[in-house]
Ligand binder design. Structure first.
Ligand code: SF4
Ligand code: SF4
Ligand code: SF4
Length: 335
């Protein structure tokens, strides 16, 4: 049995990036070429960037967790306090700014965490570690249903949230099958526009190092740093072929091929996912589970909402541009 490649060849990797690298180059830029202001990218492409994670190789060393924080820390929120009181008082304050060191779950300051499951299957005991972050869905409900167009799928398949556009209403988390995005109160556009009436912050999640690494043709930090070569990354078609081949060779089980209509993160486990899902700690808020997920966007109500959201998102982008220009003239900052 041959070892899986650490990563696809540089040529294949860059091939996968070529479509979107240029468009993803400018952090926070609202440019037509990357879909901002135009409703983002819809539909699936064979060249989309996809990751493959063989969880049997993960030793829970956490190097990926800290590499992510180091690489993307400059995008973490710096909230203004005290927080404005919301009216009506129905949107809870979510403040992680005093708990930035938390690594055992996803937060605005921790975009990757490792879950552990101890299971017995077919008479054998397993202790498996599962790196968890945004799965970068092929048809992401977070992006399709964001009322402000802040969550978007880029041409290279990366799904990201533009912090300068996000009002923190958490629609993206509500419709995400794994409740991945996390809110920080006291930061973002709502403070300038409607500090007492809007969503109460900004949502944060893994952006696949779209600007810090991928736009430069480099591997995402968590992929690059892993000493056990848990992750491979490249064009989806090739990654799916690799994942299926490895599953066939090892008798393992895949997650992400069909979940939520297909994700650009494919996991391989030596035990069935329903067994892992029973064992993994998904108690408490916002610890993602491992259950099979139906396609959120196949729901007719969501499809109708997406059609409604698109023009509103365009309008919101215009409001954002105007607000930003006023702020820039006053010498203000985004967050
Ligand atoms: S996993 Fe959740 S946050 Fe990530 S792209 Fe899918 S729906 Fe969006
Ligand atoms: S791809 Fe980048 S942003 Fe996402 S978890 Fe890995 S290091 Fe963090
Ligand atoms: S760096 Fe690799 S081995 Fe270490 S926790 Fe992350 S995925 Fe697992």
């Amino acid at each position: 049995m041959s070892d899986p490649p650490r990563k696809l060849s540089r040529r294949a990797f860059l091939g996968g990036l070529a479509l979107g690298a240029a468009s993803a180059a400018a952090p926070g830029a609202a440019r037509a070429s990357d879909g901002y202001g135009k409703g983002g990218v819809h539909g699936r492409r064979a060249e989309e960037l996809c990751a493959f994670l063989d969880i049997s190789r993960c030793i829970n060393c956490q190097q990926c967790v800290y590499a992510c924080r180091e690489t993307n820390g400059h995008k973490f929120p710096e909230p203004k306090k005290p927080f404005p009181k919301m009216y009506p008082n129905k949107v809870p304050v979510e403040d992680w700014s005093e708990r930035r060191n938390v690594t055992d779950r996803l937060t605005p300051y921790n975009w990757l965490s490792i879950q552990t499951a101890e299971v017995e299957w077919q008479g054998k005991e397993y202790r498996l570690h599962i790196p968890r972050r945004c799965l970068h869905c092929q048809n992401p409900p977070c992006a399709n249903l964001c009322p402000f167009g802040a969550a978007r799928k880029l041409e290279n398949g990366i799904v990201r949230i533009e912090s300068g556009l996000c009002m923190g209403g958490a629609k993206c988390r509500a419709v995400c099958p794994w409740q991945i995005p996390q809110r920080q109160t006291g930061v973002g556009l709502y403070l300038s526009l409607m500090p007492r009436f809007a969503g109460n912050g900004v949502m944060y999640k893994c952006d696949r190092c779209f600007d810090t690494k991928v736009a430069k043709g480099e591997l995402p930090a968590c992929v690059e740093v892993c000493p056990e070569s848990v992750q491979s990354i490249g064009p989806r078609e090739e990654i799916v072929a690799l994942a299926k081949r490895r599953a066939g060779e090892t008798g393992g089980f895949l997650y992400g091929l069909e979940d939520n209509g297909g994700t650009n993160t494919i996991y391989l486990s030596p035990v069935p996912w329903e067994v892992l899902n029973e064992a993994v700690d998904s108690r408490g808020k916002h610890k993602p589970d491992l259950a099979a997920k139906p396609n959120v966007m196949a729901n007719e109500e969501n499809l109708a909402s997406a059609v409604f959201a698109a023009p509103v998102a365009g309008l919101a982008a215009g409001v954002f541009a105007a607000a930003k220009s006023i702020r820039d003239r006053k010498g203000g900052a985004d967050d």
